[in-house]
Design a binder for this molecule. Structure first.
Ligand SMILES: *Cc1c(COP(=O)(O)O)cnc(C)c1O
Length: 368
């Protein structure tokens, strides 16, 4: 029986990549803002419709470096319903994450709970457009202005998403995108930050290169987070296919929705008004008492289908954080983490696969 993985990285044709990397052999320019890097940066500014963008070797270091660049102090309000990278990026900067509960419909930060968490020590909000589901950017903006807080979005899942035709990277002070192999758009590993303040161009360039500001001069204590030419070449090859890939994902999501709409006790992410989605993930929340999420995962795996408990456990329940946090303080996030899976979703997923997956869920719902 063939296996259906939860995701499958998008790749260009082999020949396309070989053609793209040919110049690298001629030039011997492998990294440090080479021509591929510069070209991808321009292409992405255009695609994401954002004036300022800086490439990184991965999304995590893009986020960590961005937080560092804003010189934050004290506490940062964020969501526990995310990949652990978001929280680590805050902690690695010597800051204290303060977890805000999530909205049960969008699964993003519940904006009505942010103000109650603000203290004299709060310096920023780091919300996550989780699964590509967009945060309430208007309300987050209002709160940030009122309390003079920075807003840095983790937009790792939101490549190509738009709100009312505005690129998602243009909200808040900055946004981080991940180009990891498993994301909608990939550069093998990679990421970027988009930002409002153009004067940060140079700062990001220096920050991702050991804080070196010019010859013989170092302006910051910082690490190495540069994207290399092979990563950039992969991005240059993948980008022309991205609209087509997103369109295929859209059709898959529509088929899933249609197949699963009448199954009792499960909840799907709703389409958001005036949002152009990238169909990055297809989460299903098994919220009815008749369901046992872990048994669902097992049943799928017995049938050679690999789904993911994404995100479980909640970040605040990981050993390294749980001594300090009580996940009962964010009850909705805690509940959803115990009930959610993401179904297989990638451009090459076939209608047969979708039918097989949906039928298994249907079968489980009648077996219970
Ligand atoms: C993938 C991801 C990251 C980290 O990005 P990398 O490119 O893998 O370093 C951060 N936050 C979220 C929500 C992610 O899904």
């Amino acid at each position: 029986m063939s296996k259906i993985p939860v995701t499958r990285s998008s790749m260009p044709m082999f020949e396309e990549y070989v053609e793209e990397i040919r110049d690298i052999w001629d030039s011997h320019w492998l990294t440090n803002a080479g021509p591929k890097h510069e070209k991808l940066e321009l292409l992405l500014k255009k695609y994401l419709q954002t004036p300022n963008l800086s490439l990184f070797t991965n999304g995590h270091l893009a986020l960590e470096t961005t937080i560092k660049t804003f010189n934050l102090t004290g506490e940062v309000i964020t969501t526990p319903f995310t990949f652990v990278s978001t929280t680590h990026a805050i902690v690695e900067n010597g800051l204290t994450p303060v977890f805000c509960d999530i909205d049960p419909v969008t699964l993003t930060m519940d904006v009505s709970k942010i103000e109650g968490l603000i203290t004299e020590k709060t310096s920023a909000i780091v919300p996550v457009h989780v699964y590509g589901s967009v945060c309430d950017t208007t309300e987050i903006d209002r709160i940030a202005k009122k309390y003079n807080l920075k807003v840095i979005y983790d937009a790792a899942h939101a490549f190509g998403v738009k709100i009312k035709d505005e690129g998602i990277g243009n909200f808040g002070d900055a946004s981080m995108f991940s180009f990891h192999a498993t994301k909608v758009f990939n550069t093998i590993e990679g990421g970027c930050v988009t930002y409002q303040d153009d004067s940060l161009d140079k700062v990001f360039t220096h920050m991702k290169n050991f804080g070196i500001t010019e010859n013989d001069s170092v302006g910051y204590v910082s690490g190495n987070a540069k994207m290399n030419e092979f990563q950039a070449a992969m991005g240059i090859c993948n980008l022309p296919h991205i609209d087509n890939e997103i369109e295929k994902r859209k059709r898959i999501v529509e088929q899933y929705r249609y197949k699963l709409k009448d199954i009792p006790g499960i909840k799907l992410l709703e389409e958001q008004e005036e949002v152009k989605s990238n169909y990055a993930y297809f989460p299903v929340v098994f919220e009815g008492a008749e369901w046992d999420r872990d048994k669902v995962v097992e049943f799928f795996s017995d049938n050679n289908i690999f789904v993911r408990k994404y995100f479980y456990p909640l970040v605040s329940d990981f050993d390294i954080y749980k001594y300090k946090y009580n996940s009962n303080d964010t009850p909705i996030a805690r509940r959803v983490a115990s009930q959610v899976i993401t179904l297989p979703l990638y451009a090459a997923l076939t209608t047969d696969d979708i039918n097989k997956i949906s039928t298994l869920i249907e079968q489980m719902s009648t077996d219970y």
